[in-house]
Design a binder for this molecule. Sequence first.
Ligand code: AQP
Length: 330
Amino acid sequence: MKARVFSGVQPSGNLHIGNYLGALSNWVTIQYDYDSIFCIVDLHAVTIHQPPEELRAKIEEIAALFLAAGIDPKHSSIMVQSAVAAHAELAWMLTCVTPVGWLERMTQYKGKAAGQQTIGDGLLQYPVLMAADILLYQAAIVPVGEDQAQHLELTRDIAQRFNSLYGETFVMPQTSLPSVGARVMGLDDPTIKMSKSAAGSGHAVALLDPPDRVRKNIMRATTDSNPAVTFESPSPGVENLLSIFQAFSGWTQQQMCSHFAGMRYGDLKNQVAEMVISHLEPFQKRYREITSEPGYVARVLLEGAERVRPIADSTVDLVKRRMGLYTESR
Ligand code: AQP
């Protein structure tokens, strides 16, 4: 039996090349080596208020982006978190074994809570729900960007605590980070990660951006006052542009150095823009084809949920039995 992979994306904002390089492209590469489940985590998205109509539309848009990236629905399950009730059920059981102090230490919580007038409890509980998503499917591998590594550590801590309280129950999931592109930084501010929710039109390259917008944003990216590329402690902006190019091209470090060392920043930006556009154009073409077929994406999501539900239900059943909760299958 193949080991299982699980990962997800929130249906909030516009998916960008950070999400693609940090997560999606890795999913596409490893999907056939594992029993793969890719989830649109809408229960996570509502930890911050989302207009309902927009959220509903976003869910199918993200599913179509997964398909356009190359996730094969015949092999991998693409599903929506709220379509499988066991996510929320297991999250509650895990909440009961998780110390609040563990959650208050999470970097993402501290960052997101800082921008809120009132902090919803869901924002604090976010990593417990993420632990439930992963442990529900007994996933062995979780391919994510670097920003999620801390949540994965917490997932292992929660699993370990549960296992030691109630007996071996959960598989210990491993984090899988891409070697290049694990943390794509903002184009306007390369000291913060590229983020769907960051303000400013020059911050990110969205996967559905037209070529002229991609070009414009990359040409305006923050670099430094040096005239040309150096590989000896490059500034964050230059390092970011080089790693975007490397992640899309698959070039080795040696190829990168011999091609770009000494190149003027204007030429570097031009080449990065063309490399990104050459990947996004076929991707966007597939996206248009997928979304032009009425009902196709909804069918994929329905089949995905049906495929994974028995796995999720059997884990919840096991957890209930371990905890002494009421289950009919005693
Ligand atoms: N900048 C990034 N570089 C590399 N990987 C990234 N990921 C996110 N940003 C980068 C990875 O993409 C996957 C899906 O992310 P998410 O939607 O679940 O949540 P996020 O990390 O919170 O994404 P954003 O873009 O920062 O959105 P907001 O600001 O709206 O919350 C994850 O595997 C993540 O690591």
